[in-house]
Write a protein that binds this ligand. Structure first.
Ligand code: 13P
Length: 288
């Protein structure tokens, strides 16, 4: 199946009160693991690259080819969108041109007027090519790829203005942060989420920083309009833990255990399992 835009899968998720998992890929193993997890769960899925991860993998065009070719060689039949995560304006336009089927233009660090103006421009160019668009209001806290946000609760009036630009789905800060949550984290603000949902006309909402949020909070957020949940750190953690175990057990020293195809297999399988578990949490299992 060819890559699809995320607009339809997220509209269906919003109506059906479940969320689509958006998993960040970092390399070939990750990409295969996300596709395998989604296929075994019969779930729609979004594979996303940060700007930094795409650069690491050899550039945006390489990512398009990798995901498209794996979909074919792995006989993937569930809907898959390839999405740019936290893109600058120029990067969003480049991805629209070369085959990403969904982009996030993140202008949340700009003055609000500029964020809105550039969002409108990205929407026009993306929609002309059938590409879906996510934008952000109120920065998401934590650190990701060197971009540090202080974390805040988005202003519902700004969310409405951003939603009205014609974007397909909206990321808004509701107390969520990227990376691990600190011990003194006070949890998601469901009050803010409900206020945002009330003024954005049923638009799918996006929960960034999906790693480490208790399942009850995740599911409550879904019931209030969250339809896309981003997960990155937890995949990295389970991959690292499984790889560490393999090496600490000396398996890399047995026979040809040092072959990267063997060395990276436990970590890859751990990502598959996490993807499948999160898909269950999000309620998108069987929704392909
Ligand atoms: P985590 O790394 O906290 O899972 O967040 C991922 C994310 O929101 C990507 O945009």
């Amino acid at each position: 199946m060819a890559l699809v835009s995320a607009a339809e899968m997220l509209t269906k998720a919003r109506e059906g009160k479940y969320a689509v998992g958006a998993f960040n890929t970092n390399n070939l193993e990750w990409t295969k693991a996300i596709l395998k997890g989604a296929q075994e769960s019969n779930a729609p899925v979004m594979i996303q690259t940060s700007m930094g991860a795409a650069k690491y993998m050899g550039g945006y065009q390489m990512c398009v080819h990798m995901v498209e070719d794996l979909i074919e060689s792995m006989n993937i039949t569930v809907p898959v969108a390839l999405h740019l995560d936290h893109g600058e304006y120029e990067d969003a336009l480049k991805c629209i041109e070369i085959g990403y089927t969904s982009v996030m233009y993140d202008g949340s660090h700009h003055p609000f007027e500029k964020n809105i103006e550039e969002a409108k421009d990205v929407v026009a160019k993306a929609h002309a090519k059938g590409v879906s668009v996510e934008c952000e209001v109120g920065s998401i806290g934590g650190e990701e790829d060197g971009i540090i946000g202080s974390g805040e609760l988005a202003d519902p009036a700004e969310c409405k203005a951003m939603s009205d630009t014609g974007i397909d789905f909206l990321a808004a800060g509701i107390g969520n942060i990227h990376g691990s949550y600190p011990e003194n984290w006070t949890g998601l603000s469901f009050e803010t989420l409900a206020e945002i949902a009330a003024v954005t006309d049923g638009k799918p909402l996006v929960l960034h920083g999906g790693s480490g949020i208790p399942v009850e909070q995740v599911q409550k957020a879904i019931s209030l309009g969250v339809s896309k949940i981003n997960v990155n750190t937890e995949c990295q953690e389970v991959f690292a833990a499984a790889t560490r175990k393999y090496i600490e057990e000396g398996k890399d020293l047995e026979g040809k255990g040092f072959d990267p195809r063997k060395l990276l297999a436990p970590g890859t399988e751990a990502v598959v399992e996490l993807v499948k578990q999160r898909i269950e949490w999000f309620g998108s299992k069987g929704k392909a």
